[in-house]
Design a protein around this ligand. Sequence first.
Ligand code: PRT
Ligand code: ZN
Length: 285
Amino acid sequence: MEILKIAVQKSGRLKEGSMELLKECGLRFINGNNQLKSQSTNFPVEIMFLRDDDIPEYVQDGVADIGIIGENVWIEKNKKTELVKKLGFAKCRLSIAVPRDSKIIDNNDLNSKRIATSYPVILSKYLKENNISADIHEISGSVEIAPGIGLADAILDIVSTGSTLLSNGLTEIIEIMRSEAVMIRTSTLTTAKSEILDQLLFRLAAVQNAQSNKYILLNAPNDSVEKISSILPGMDSPTVLPLKKEGWSSVHSVVNESDFWNKINQLKEAGATGILVVPIEKMIL
Ligand code: PRT
Ligand code: ZN
């Protein structure tokens, strides 16, 4: 029996989200003492715990079949691997920031300046595309302190809430890319491994659909049901059940989280009452 090997960050910002996602796909793991690997007890996969920076290379070489990493690291490492799916967690952006009192405000001002970063590949590509000639100073950590100690005029770093920039007296001037956790794969998989991956992706789609949708139940006078049904396209047509109260019905449907509040207002205007919204555990389309 073949086993699909999944590379996951050993510890850090991606670890919890990665494991959580696999658990929501129904995969169980023994929390053994083995810090390097963990085999699932109910699905043919094995997790390999690695530093995120090493994951693209292991996936390229086929040591791991698939991997979960930040898109920023995937692009920076530039290994021969394929993107399978964006996973929607660990969202952040890579931005250029400068000291608050700096005269640098846009691309043009970066010419002949020193920029510190842990992402030299992404930075040099950006500079080239924008015809900027600047000096790249590659440093591996605490990039945000570089301007303060006179090492650089600007930095390119990961920003999430922006509080690290703020507390270091820096201000964000250019967003270069957005990033989130992604699943990548090696270029060749055996038929058996491809089938395991397909099964995993089927489950993942059910989890992701469920996360982006809500189940909605409401009561409405019968003469509003038509209007309400047109507001609620759902997966299919909505379910309409008669209420004990004469002339009233209960309407059930699925709404996408992105236009959820918008829909709620429209439903209220159309006469809906007693609106209940509940999370969906899995959703198979
Ligand atoms: O040990 P290993 O090499 O495996 O881990 P690592 O230290 O290289 O990575 P880790 O765990 O810090 O981050 C892994 C991935 O999480 C990154 O590659 C990004 O894709 C993603 N991610 C999401 C982030 C952040 N958000 C984030 N905020 N990575 C780093 N940060 C840093 C940011 O640079 C800043 O210094 O966190 C600090 C706080 O950010 P603010 O803006 O909220 O203050
Ligand atoms: Zn790392």
